[in-house]
Every structure is written in structure tokens, then in C-alpha cells.
Ligand binder design. Structure first.
Ligand SMILES: CC(C)(COP(=O)(O)OP(=O)(O)OC[C@H]1O[C@@H](n2cnc3c(N)ncnc32)[C@H](O)[C@@H]1OP(=O)(O)O)[C@@H](O)C(=O)NCCC(=O)NCCS
Length: 176
């Protein structure tokens, strides 16, 4: 668990849903479920509860969240990390990095060979994320939103050396 004088992190709870939706609206816009390909893998499916964490103020307000869903690739299951969001006025204080680090530490102890996400390469590079294409992983373009996708934002991380060897091809929603 991380904490500062102003906030602590904890596992997400079912009752956090409305506050998280509101934070995500402010962070990614209310059109995010249409405009972002990651939602094609999330909608109608339960998140990976063990990889969902929030930062909470002393008063119990949700200040940040990090979530993940499971996807399929090359016959393996992988966590698709995200969304990661921090209250606009609290950004740049390490909260995002801290929540993400906790999720990744839990994921590394879990059952997966690695993980993927769609996001800014610059932000995720220090955690070891690399272009997913280097592992032969691709986004299914038939699921792309109207504005298309920037495949440079599709990133992958091996949890051990060679973990993603043989895990390649399109990532698919869990039940496809
Ligand atoms: C991206 C986000 C989660 C980062 O959380 P945060 O708590 O503000 O970030 P941290 O304090 O952990 O890290 C700050 C560092 O990340 C960098 N950073 C922040 N947002 C970034 C972005 N979109 N792309 C690249 N780098 C970014 C900052 O420049 C800063 O770098 P520095 O340490 O070299 O100065 C937060 O800014 C946010 O909610 N943004 C809107 C939602 C979003 O775009 N989320 C997904 C990101 S792909």
C-alpha cells in the first residue's frame, strides 16, 4: 500500500463505481467508450479485481484509479491495464506512477506472462513497456473506433525474460 500525508491507496470496491466513472469522464471525456479501442475489450466484462486500485483522500474521496481487464492473445490470457487516471488538480505528484507500480507488482506475482495497454509510450517506458509490435502483438483493427488507432500507443511488458515469447497475434476480448 502507498500513502502520503494526503492520500492512501487501497483495492477498488464495488461501491467506488460511480466516483470512478466521474473521474474517468473528467480525464478521458464522456465519449471515451466510443472513441477508445480499449473499451471494446472492457464493455460487458468484469474487471480484474485484484489489479484495480484507487487512491483515496482522508475524507474518503476517490482521487485516482488504476484498473485492468483480461484479454486473450495467442491462446494466453493477459491483463490489459488501464484506465489510469488522476484528478486533474492532483497530477504530477506521483500518484499515477504509484498506483500503476502497485498493480504491476501484483500482476507479476499472478498467473500472467506479461501485460498490455494502450497509452503514451513515454509515460509507460520507465516501467519496461515496449511497443507491443516487438512481441508480434497487434490490435484488431476491426475493433478500431471511427478516428482509428495509433498502433505506437499499443504497448506490452514481459513479467519475466521471454515471457511473451509465443504470445503473439491480435489481442481479443476474453470471450471471442
Ligand atoms: C497520465 C496520468 C495518469 C499520470 O498521473 P500523474 O499522477 O499525473 O503522473 P505522475 O506524477 O505519476 O508522473 C508524472 C510524470 O509523468 C509525465 N506524464 C504525465 N502525463 C503524461 C502523458 N500523457 N504522456 C507522457 N508523460 C506524461 C509527466 O510529464 C511527469 O514526468 P516527469 O516525472 O519526468 O516530470 C494523469 O496525468 C492523468 O490522469 N491524465 C489524464 C488521463 C490519461 O491520459 N491517462 C492515461 C495516460 S496514457
Amino acid at each position: 500500500m502507498s500513502s502520503s500525508s494526503d492520500w492512501t491507496s487501497r483495492a477498488e470496491r464495488p461501491g467506488d463505481g460511480a466516483a470512478i466513472e466521474s473521474l474517468l469522464d473528467r480525464s478521458f471525456g464522456t465519449d471515451r467508450k466510443v472513441a477508445r479501442i480499449s473499451y471494446r475489450f472492457r464493455e460487458g466484462r468484469a474487471p480484474l479485481r485484484e489489479l484495480c486500485r484507487v487512491a483515496e483522500s482522508g475524507e474518503g474521496a476517490i482521487l485516482a484509479c488504476a484498473r485492468a481487464w483480461e484479454v486473450m492473445a495467442g491462446g494466453a490470457r493477459l491483463p490489459l491495464f488501464g484506465p489510469l487516471a488522476v484528478e486533474p488538480q492532483l497530477r504530477g505528484q506521483g500518484m499515477g506512477r504509484s498506483l500503476l507500480a502497485e498493480c504491476l507488482a501484483t500482476a507479476r506475482r499472478g498467473r500472467w506472462p506479461g501485460g498490455v495497454l494502450v497509452g503514451e509510450a513515454e509515460y509507460y517506458r520507465p516501467f519496461g513497456f515496449r511497443p507491443a509490435g516487438e512481441y508480434g502483438l497487434v490490435l484488431p483493427l476491426r475493433l478500431a473506433p471511427p478516428g482509428g488507432v495509433d498502433s505506437a500507443r499499443f504497448l506490452a511488458l514481459e513479467f519475466s525474460l521471454g515471457g511473451l515469447q509465443g504470445v503473439s497475434g491480435e489481442i481479443l476480448p476474453l470471450d471471442e
